[in-house]
Design a protein around this ligand. Structure first.
Ligand code: LUZ
Ligand code: MOS
Length: 752
């Protein structure tokens, strides 16, 4: 089935926040944010701005009737700064005016005095100064300290992976409209409608039932709208509470880039120990996460880093610790992979380091240590239905690795201007919110009396095609044609208390709820149909809009059964709740079974480096991916390709830069480069591994959103290998992104 949004997307008819019909009395909001990264606000003068014709009101923390607090995991973030600022771009006030032009003019008229305090921009410096968000977390397996003494090889090193801008096509924004009796309807571009509702209610000091959040779809989220869609929505809500007029706020790209957090940069220190036959016996890492100025989702992201610190490898002795370091950057936040990629980059770096120093190939070490059935992860979960080796060896064979290595060796011997590198990148990614209590969802299904069906869930459509998958689930259970089913907007008055659409789990959680609700409806309708056909209820199914007896199509239609159900006063609506079984985690022991299952895969990457200019091309990325039994291979392969491109961008060209004063330098698309059609791989090939799948996944079709992002890490090591081919004196560095400048430096460092 095609993505059900494709028709309106290509015609430009799909609706986003900015497409909504506005009420005539709408006002426009705009944030005034801190020009300094850290300091005490000594004075702010709004008088000139307030005097400007068309400015209706300028809101500050003083206008908050509830709590001036938007922190989720830790309550450490004000909606609007009070007497201190902690990052450049921190919201201080919210200008509401008749037009955007007036609001902008007003913003320029606000003057502020800040007594500056010392600015920390790096995690290392924060650690030195003891500036943390919360206490560190550690996972332990075996005894790494003693295991190192039995190792033939022990290597230590440092890695850095930079942040990443989400660059959703649709920027953050919200349209807030007063309803009656103090109720406010927010149409928000959020992955977490309930989070917006809950936070708005708290800040406004009103019950949650007075806030209705509606989400049509997002023009991309990638984690950037899991937590950070909230402040803008809450600001518009506060304004509506005071003014009783609709207020709209869409951030322009500059404001969005400056004010929102990104993927967390990590500085990490590793120690890896191997036996003579290259078995990794011990692995220790200290992760320094650059969390920014407030917690946001950092503690949860730090946790996912620990969960993925050994990637697809079994290591018997592991000790990992993560520090969430408080700095004066915008609070960093969820980004596809959620700390997992940062963890995996370190183990892959450690392996590359070891291989280089021992004088063996990286793939040899990787292959010997791949995870096998019943191996234990450092957090106590036993690996089952493991496909690490299966995807690895299938990739090697299907893509003729040996032959390719020969070709590349020959190429490198014959060419000096260009060098090629190859890498294999295995990925093992845990599926479920690591916070067990978030793993639940609901669906509400209405069958209308004409036989058409409306499906509501907590799933937010953000381009990942979750609505198409929900439709497929409903269709397959009910046995009716797709045209009879409509996916409704995600709305907190229809489906309440939702978890954000995140953690790759949205289709699983919401899909299971749709499946349950449809199954209940089907049971009722089978009874109605059985009566009409004087048949046994257990022999009744529906297929392609007709009732079947013992699998034989009858002439009785879906619509006729619905008509009869109405006559018999049978309920044609159903609500279902799904909570992932089995999973649990004990944070006091840091052990448990946090993931419903894992997704596996292996990518093989070939690159060509131009050794004169330092630029490179990605010849091909070929992937064997474990989809389980994919319910929509077109959509799933699309997810693999998109995630891969995003992972490659993170590893190669997307370079976030803040200056020492904490000001974002890469604040536009002229200074922040993302992959385009020219810089992407020349070839991407994705082969589904034939596996049975798991009953924990919806229709045995495994979660696909995040895992493939980490295939992009392979590109880093392929480039590194090519640089080393040209310059044997190059000392391996693990400092991403591997930009052409860094490649060029590497090509010519210490070169005689
Ligand atoms: N969000 C979250 C996530 O709140 N918890 C998670 O475990 C997670 N994992 C991936 C992406 N978003
Ligand atoms: Mo996310 S990183 O919002 O799944």
């Amino acid at each position: 089935m095609k993505n059900i949004d494709s028709f309106t997307h290509v015609r430009g008819e799909s609706l986003f926040v900015d497409d909504l019909m506005l009420r005539q009395d709408v006002l426009i909001g705009l944030c005034f944010d801190s020009p300094k990264a850290h300091g005490k606000i000594t004075s702010v003068d709004y008088s000139q701005a307030e005097a400007l014709a068309g400015v209706v009101k300028i809101f500050t923390y003083k206008d908050v009737l509830g709590e001036n607090q938007i922190g989720g995991i830790i309550p450490d973030e004000p909606l609007w700064a009070e007497d201190e600022v902690h990052f450049c771009g921190q919201p201080i006030a919210f200008i509401v005016a008749e037009t955007e032009a007036i609001a902008k003019k007003a913003r320029a008229l606000i003057t502020i005095e800040i007594e500056e305090l010392p600015v920390i921009t790096t995690a290392k410096e924060a650690k030195e100064k003891g500036s943390f968000i919360n206490a560190p977390r550690s996972f332990k397996l075996g005894d790494s300290t003693s295991a190192f003494s039995d190792c033939e090889y022990v290597f230590e090193g440092e890695t850095f992976s930079n942040g990443q801008e989400h660059l959703y096509l649709e920027t953050q924004g919200c349209y807030a409209v007063p309803q009656e009796n103090g109720t406010i309807k927010l149409t928000s571009s959020t992955q977490g409608p309930t989070q917006v509702q809950k936070t708005a209610a708290k800040v406004l000091g009103i019950p949650m039932h007075k806030i209705e959040v509606d989400v049509i779809r997002l023009g991309g989220g990638f984690g950037g709208k899991e937590d950070q869609a909230t402040p803008w929505a809450v600001m518009t809500a506060v304004a509506v509470q005071h003014l009783n007029r609709p207020v709209k706020y869409m951030l322009n790209r500059h404001d969005d880039l400056r004010m929102t957090g990104k993927r967390h940069p990590y500085t990490s220190f590793y120690k890896i120990g191997l036996t003579k036959d290259l078995k990794i016996q011990a692995f220790e890492v200290e992760f320094l996460q650059n969390s920014g100025a407030a917690a946001d989702l950092s503690p949860a992201i730090a946790e996912r880093t620990l969960f993925h610190a050994t990637n697809s490898y079994f290591i018997p002795n592991v000790s990992t610790t993560v520090y969430s370091c408080k700095t004066n950057l915008p609070p960093n936040t969820a980004f596809r992979g959620f700390g997992g990629p940062q963890g995996m980059f370190v183990i892959e770096s450690a392996i590359a380091d070891a291989a280089d120093k021992i004088g063996v190939s990286r793939t040899e070490i990787q292959e010997i240590n791949l995870l096998a059935e019943n191996d234990v992860f450092s957090y106590g979960q036993i690996a089952t239905q493991v496909a690490a080796k299966n995807t690895w060896f299938t990739a090697k064979e299907t893509f003729n690795l040996e032959e390719l290595e020969q070709e590349v060796a020959t190429f490198n011997k014959e060419n000096n201007r260009h060098k090629k590198g190859i890498s294999l990148m295995p990925v093992t990614f845990g599926i479920s919110f690591t916070n067990t209590q978030m793993n639940h969802a609901r669906a509400l299904i209405h069958i209308y009396q004409d036989g058409s069906v409306g499906v509501s869930t907590g799933a937010v459509e953000m381009g990942q095609s979750v609505n198409t998958k929900m439709l497929q689930v409903a269709q397959s259970v009910l046995g009716i044609s797709a045209t009879k089913i409509k996916l409704e907007t995600t709305n907190t008055t229809r489906v309440a208390n939702t978890s954000p659409s995140a953690a790759s789990s949205t289709a699983d959680l919401n899909g299971k709820a749709v499946e349950m609700a449809c199954t209940s409806l089907l049971e009722r309708l089978s009874g109605v149909a059985a009566n009409l056909l004087s048949s046994e209820e257990k022999n009744i199914t529906f297929q392609e809009d007709f009732v079947c007896i013992d699998g034989q199509k009858s002439t009785l239609t879906w619509e006729e059964v619905i008509t009869q159900a109405m006559v018999e006063r049978i309920a044609l609506s159903e609500n279902a709740h799904y909570a992932t079984p089995i999973i649990h985690f004990d944070k006091t022991k840091e052990k448990g079974h946090p993931f419903a299952y894992h997704v596996y895969g292996t990518a093989m990457t070939t690159v060509t480096v131009d050794c004169l200019r330092g630029i490179y091309e990605i010849d091909a990325v070929k992937i064997v991916h474990d989809f389980g039994t994919s319910m929509n291979l077109g959509i799933d392969i699309g997810q693999v390709e998109g995630a891969l491109a995003q992972g490659i961008g993170w590893m190669t060209m997307e370079e976030i830069a803040y200056n020492n004063d904490g000001r974002l330098l890469s604040n536009a698309l002229s200074t922040y480069k993302v992959p385009d059609i020219f810089s992407g791989p020349k070839t991407i090939e994705t082969i589904p591994l034939e596996t049975e799948g798991t009953a924990m996944a919806i229709k045995k079709s495994k979660a696909v959103g995040e895992p493939p992002l980490m295939y992009g890490i392979g590109v880093y090591f392929a480039i590194q290998q090519a640089v080393k081919e040209f310059n044997p004196n190059y000392k391996l560095k693990f400092h991403s992104p591997f930009t052409p400048e860094k490649v060029l430096m590497g090509l010519y460092e210490s070169l005689q």
